[in-house]
Design a protein around this ligand. Structure first.
Ligand SMILES: *Cc1c(COP(=O)(O)O)cnc(C)c1O
Length: 351
């Protein structure tokens, strides 16, 4: 059977106009990949699954929210969409706008967007504008622009984004037959954690699945929800969560509290180590996407959470291909050898 995307699969559960025409790229339906070696490396014996959202059409979970936001914008007669972005929202908005024959305007912080994301936004034909400012500055500006002009805002302040993104929680419950004990995921602008919580809560009401404990993970240099105040100049290699003033911060804190979970931070070093750990299991994710695993490791190590015998889903939000420079930076000058059998044998067998 041909799969037609999340609106087609879950429309009755989404708070969107039910006569909407879906602008879709068959997003969603991403795999839950068992990751026993990663669990073992974290030092506890539990069932770990990776919800690999990097396998969405533009390489991140943003596509789930963009199919609903852009479909609704088109339904309402909008001819253009606008967003602020650390990169993935831009690429996704650009793709779905192209699909809907609409213009996409994306505002990004200059020099702070990973190569694979910027390339995507350009390839899909968006008008990309860099500003000499932060993501938070960009978000403030696009909100004002969308209020003044007939151009639809597709950041996660747009409620239709959350409607699409909550389908990942449905998929997890549908695949496992239950919600997991814990859900771990990175937190930037906090739309995704809010969406997952909405999804799990809705399934709990409708299908009596349990509610997972939620572990939201911020980068230590961009951890306003952990510290309790906005960060003026957030800094982290995990550019997708380099956000100092999360638009959905209140909802994120509430999801963590009500679920008996928590919002914690992980350093860049810990995030990159988690990225390596996932890659060693064949799952290459961009740095931000590894934050959930890094946070889990910290909390297992300091004894705050006991996962013994539990089922855990870690959401890996974006693909490693999005941020090739992080990996390229690890290599010094690659060796160049003569095209000679004996030289190669010597190199391969003896290093
Ligand atoms: C957008 C994004 C995040 C953060 O999601 P929020 O909804 O802003 O909290 C994390 N990882 C990746 C790869 C992203 O693109």
């Amino acid at each position: 059977m041909v799969y037609h995307g999340i609106i087609h699969r879950y429309k009755g559960l989404l708070d969107i106009p039910q006569n909407i025409k879906a602008i879709s790229l068959a997003e969603g339906n991403t795999p839950l990949i068992p990751a026993p070696a990663v669990a073992k490396a974290l030092g506890a014996s539990f069932d770990l699954f990776i919800k690999f959202e990097g396998l969405n059409p533009t390489g991140s979970f943003k596509d789930r929210g963009m199919t609903t936001a852009v479909s609704e914008a088109a339904h309402s007669g909008a001819k253009a969409v606008i967003c602020a972005s650390t990169g993935n929202t831009a690429a996704s908005a650009a793709a779905y706008a192209a699909r809907a024959d609409m213009r996409a305007v994306v505002i990004i912080p200059a020099g702070k967007v990973a190569a694979g994301k910027l390339a995507g936004a350009i390839a899909y034909g968006a008008d990309v504008i860099q500003i000499d400012g932060s993501f938070d500055d960009a978000l403030t500006l696009v909100i004002k622009l969308s209020e003044k002009h007939p151009i639809a805002l597709v950041n996660s302040l747009n409620p239709f984004r959350l409607q699409g993104q909550k389908t990942a929680a449905f998929e997890i419950c549908d695949a496992l037959g239950e919600a997991p004990d814990w859900l771990a995921l990175p937190v930037g602008n906090a739309g995704n954690i809010t969406s997952y919580w909405m999804g799990f809560t809705q399934y709990n009401t409708l299908k009596n699945t349990r509610l997972p404990q939620v572990l939201g993970v911020q980068a230590a240099g961009a951890a306003p929800l952990v510290l309790g105040y906005p960060i003026e100049k957030p800094e982290t290699v995990a550019t997708a969560i380099r956000i100092g003033k999360p638009a959905r911060g209140e909802e994120a804190l509430s999801a963590a509290q009500v679920s008996n979970g928590m919002i914690v931070s992980a350093t860049d070093e810990e995030i990159l180590a988690a990225q390596d750990l996932l890659a060693a299991s064949g799952i290459w994710v961009e740095p931000a996407s590894a934050a959930g695993i890094a946070g889990l490791k910290n909390k297992i190590n300091d004894g705050t959470i006991d996962l013994e015998g539990k089922q855990v889903v870690a959401v890996c939000t974006g693909h490693g291909l999005k941020d090739p420079d992080i990996i390229a930076a690890k290599f010094k000058q690659p060796k160049i050898l003569p095209p000679d059998l004996m030289t190669l044998e010597k190199e391969i067998l003896h290093g």
